[in-house]
Design a protein. Structure first.
Length: 289
């Protein structure tokens, strides 16, 4: 794996793209966000840059799970299951709807570990995004590859039952209802072909989940929305998030936040069936007098 690790760390990728007004309006509608969607020329909300730089591998290069088998920063000798584990994002100026974004990407860390289910491979990828006018975003993502589970697939009787969400100590909250239609639309909007999000027989019968899996990026965007909607006069300077356990369709998710310090918001996604599925911290810029 040493040669492959060195190859990953030596890779560099530079691309140009933008978040169109159409894509911005689509995510605004998917989130049931209030008011009008961000229009071309307006600031892009935090984390909405994930609507750009979508995967573009040809269909023949997708694996059985829907993930690309080849491409930038994909290890050659890797465990078969891929998870988006978390990340750290720093915002220095706004990206803008409709404005060209230049992204420079590199793998910044490749680490092997042993977990409960076998070998784990952690790949950290850092994206530097810049646009005219001074918008700069540094997006570091943690990708984990793990072994396939050998446990029997769950039966339909083991699907998580919808349950009321126990509200944590929070000041603000948004309820997210992860219906299959929501998960399908988010997969389509981000061009994410991973079958665990929309193919129930595959998710339950092959990967052993009790239902469709709610996207980690969708939960992270939702947590950032808590800050944007309840503190509209403040800007997010940095956003750190970590997936704790999977969330599944059929059970509401409460996206919660509270001001821990004057410039820090603690955030938590809580599912009625799974408990805490993601935690995050948003650091805010000083208030404008």
């Amino acid at each position: 794996m040493t040669d492959g690790r060195d190859r990953l760390l030596a890779e560099r990728e530079v691309r140009q793209d933008c978040v169109s007004g159409t894509a911005s309006a689509a995510l605004h509608g998917l989130l049931d966000a209030p008011g009008d969607p961000p229009r071309p020329g307006e600031a892009l909300p935090p984390l909405w840059h994930w609507l750009a730089f979508l995967p573009d591998q040809a269909q023949r290069f997708l694996g059985a799970d829907g993930h690309p088998m080849v491409g930038s920063f994909i290890p050659e000798d890797r465990p078969p299951r891929r998870m988006f584990a978390g990340g750290r994002i720093a915002f220095a100026g706004d990206l803008v709807v409709g404005r060209t974004i230049k992204r420079s990407s590199r793998a910044t860390s490749v680490t092997s570990k042993e977990g409960k289910t076998g070998s784990l491979l952690f790949v950290e990828v850092t994206h530097d995004l810049r646009t005219e006018g001074g918008g700069v975003v540094t997006d570091t993502q943690d990708i984990v590859y793990r072994q396939a589970d050998t446990a029997p697939s769950p039966s339909s009787e083991q699907l998580p039952a919808p349950a009321p969400v126990e509200r944590p100590d929070a000041t603000w909250s948004i309820e997210l209802l992860p219906a299959p239609t929501l998960l399908f639309r988010f997969s389509a909007l981000t061009y994410n072909a991973h079958r665990i999000h929309y193919d129930r027989p595959y998710a339950t019968g092959t990967e052993g989940y009790p239902g469709l899996v709610v996207h980690g990026p969708l939960q992270a965007i939702g947590l950032a929305e808590v800050v944007r909607r309840h503190l509209p006069s403040r800007r997010i300077a940095s956003f750190t998030f970590r997936a704790r356990q999977p969330a599944f369709d059929g059970s509401p998710i409460l996206l919660c936040g509270r001001l821990a310090e004057v410039d820090t918001v603690e955030l938590q996604a809580v599912s009625g069936a799974s408990g805490t599925t993601m935690t995050a911290t948003a650091t805010l810029t000083p208030p404008i007098d």
